[in-house]
Design a protein around this ligand. Structure first.
Ligand SMILES: NC(=O)c1ccc[n+]([C@@H]2O[C@H](COP(=O)([O-])OP(=O)(O)OC[C@H]3O[C@@H](n4cnc5c(N)ncnc54)[C@H](O)[C@@H]3O)[C@@H](O)[C@H]2O)c1
Length: 324
């Protein structure tokens, strides 16, 4: 097995939810230098509070799709490994579908070119279960057809195909990790791009009803942030190439049940506001993690019942701090 010890690692989107947790884990692996490239679209400097003053960390406010900017960073920092976490949230598709699609494709294109040109050695590219669309069968393995239902997801699927084609054609060291729904501290809580769990917590703590779009019977496969990060680190350590690998729990949760868990945790009994179904909403997601188990030795550690408590505790404290 190889390791990130003494490696120079770049994370695009490293100021976001998953990227910032990954950044701490990469440093924990003994990386020589951690480089973050984030345009701070929703990423936040405070997500990097635990690491930003370290001498081995450098943060660039840059567009990861900008070939010249990324080439300059990769050369200056002598980057060896890139984790591509940058994206604009799924919900941004409803406001600006063109950019939501293009950003995923353009960043993948930029990184694929730099990898092909030998500017760095290894690309670990973050896909999403949204690329599959609604489950045609469950659990969903990596051979499940790609049926994206939003421009965000179409951009994710296109980016994956782009990376895969480069990887095959030029025999590159690239792997595609396809996580299902992540949850945990630091997921974006602000405005219309917030995740379901933080958005519901914020509304309840403000005395508003949490919102459910549609009947709430849609299912999601939730994976806790520390499990995802462990899978991402293993994807480097195990030296896997040209594969797509799901990360999920294999357990389906209905959205309405997630909201109920949040209401119970917060002691809220005020009911739910049902809004019309989003016409592009994915109805069912449930991961097969067999490939992750065999190739990465990966199995999730954190049970939903435990992860959701840690998550909600974190949001309660954050929201209280903001109000003080
Ligand atoms: N959160 C989930 O449930 C989930 C599930 C599956 C896959 N993913 C994928 O994981 C990755 C990280 O997601 P996240 O939940 O941390 O999202 P996030 O929105 O918290 O983080 C994305 C980061 O990318 C940055 N960014 C956006 N456009 C950029 C650009 N052009 N250049 C540089 N930075 C840019 C944002 O500012 C943000 O910090 C994404 O690729 C996402 O598609 C997330």
């Amino acid at each position: 097995m190889r390791s990130l010890r003494d490696k120079r690692v770049l994370i695009t989107g490293g100021a976001g939810f998953i990227g910032s947790h990954l950044a701490e884990a990469v440093l924990g692996e003994g990386a020589e230098r951690l480089i973050i490239a984030d345009n701070f679209f929703v990423g936040k400097p405070e997500n990097l509070n635990n690491i930003k003053n370290r001498p081995d960390v450098v943060i660039y406010k840059e567009d990861a799709a900008d070939l010249h900017a990324m080439e300059a960073i990769v050369r200056k920092e002598q980057v060896q490994v890139v984790y591509n976490m940058a994206t604009m949230a799924l919900n941004y598709s409803f406001f600006n579908p063109h950019t939501a699609y293009m950003v995923n494709v353009r960043i993948a294109d930029t990184l694929a070119h730099l990898l092909r040109n030998g500017e760095f050695e290894t690309l670990i590219h973050m896909s999403s279960s949204e690329a599959y669309g609604t489950a045609l069968y469950a659990p969903m393995d990596e051979d499940h057809p790609l049926n994206p239902t939003t421009p965000y997801a179409a951009g994710k699927a296109a980016a994956d195909l782009l990376i895969k084609s480069f990887s095959n054609l030029y025999d590159l060291d690239a792997v595609i990790i396809r996580p299902f729904n992540n949850y945990g501290p630091r997921q974006n809580i602000d405005g219309p791009l917030a995740g379901i769990i933080p958005a519901a917590a914020r509304r309840i703590l403000r005395g508003e009803k949490p919102v459910v779009q549609g009947d709430g019977l849609q299912t999601r496969d939730y994976i806790y942030i520390s499990d995802t990060v462990r899978g991402l680190i293993s994807a480097y350590n195990r030296d896997i190439r040209a594969e797509v690998i799901n990360l999920g729990s294999g357990i389906e949760h209905r959205i309405i049940d997630i909201i109920e868990v949040i209401c119970d945790f917060l002691g809220y009994k005020g009911g739910v506001e049902f809004q019309p179904e989003r016409n592009s909403d994915v109805k069912r997601l449930c991961a097969s993690s067999e490939k992750a188990k065999s190739l990465l030795g990966f199995e999730p550690d954190i049970r939903f019942e435990d992860g959701i408590e840690i998550t909600l505790d974190w949001y309660v404290n954050k929201i209280k701090d903001e109000e003080e």
